[in-house]
Design a protein around this ligand. Sequence first.
Ligand code: ZN
Ligand code: FE
Length: 257
Amino acid sequence: MLDIRPIPAFDDNYIWLLRDADSDQATVVDPGDEEPVLTALEAQGRTLGAILVTHHHYDHIGGVEALRAAFPAVRVFGPEDPRIRALTDRVREGDAVECPGLTERLQVLEVPGHTSTHIAYRIGDALFCGDTLFAAGCGRVFDGTCEQLAASLERIAALPAETLCYCAHEYTLSNLGFAKWVEPESAAIAQREQAVSALRARGRPTVPSRLSEELATNPFLRTGVPAVRAAAAARAGRSLTTGAEVFTALRRWKDEQ
Ligand code: ZN
Ligand code: FE
C-alpha cells in the first residue's frame, strides 16, 4: 500500500514523501530543502531510497546534494538537463522508474512549458506534476513556451478524471481568486473556494486535488469552454481561435495580476 504525504518546505512548497508500508526506504519528490526531509525521515525511522526531480528550479533541487551526502546509496532521477547536477539517472518520456523501497514503478511524462525540460511522474492514480499544473492554476512560463505548456496541460487533462494531482506549491486560494475573474458566474469555483478557505483556516493542505475538480474549476484546463474563451478574448482585445491562443491570453492575464 503506497502512502503519500506532504513535507512542507519554505513558505509554500510541498515535498512529497512516498513509502510502501512494509519498506524502510522512502522516496521524495522535489526536495528543495534537506532539513524538513531529514526530520520527517527520522520521525518515521526510514532511510531515503530515491529522489525524483521534476525540474531544475532551486526550490525543487536545493536539498538534493545534502540528501545524497546523508544517504550515499540514494538514486536520484530527473530529466536530461545540464542545470540539474547530482542526478544518478536521467529519465525521459515513457521510462518506468524503479525506486528502491517502492513496489510499483513510476511512469515518466515530459511536460515542458514552465521550464523546457520539466517532467512529471505517474504512479497508480497519483501524478506528481511539479510546477506544471497547480490546484486551480498552472506554473508560469520561464524557459519553456506558452505553446508547450498548453500542450502539456492538454496531456494531463486527458488522464483519467480520478487522477490525483500532487503539485509542488500551496497556491490554491490565490489561484481561485483568478479563476473567479475568468468565470465570475461559476458555482463550482465558488464552492471550491469555500472548501479551500476552510482547509487553509485549519492549516491543512489543499493538495492533492482530483483532475475532475481541476477540469471543472481550473481556467487553464478550460480553454475550450465558451465562457473562458470569451473572457480571454475580451481581455486580449481580439478574437482567439486555438486553445493555445486562449491559454496564452489567460497566462498573460494572470501574470499581470
Ligand atoms: Zn519551478
Ligand atoms: Fe517551484
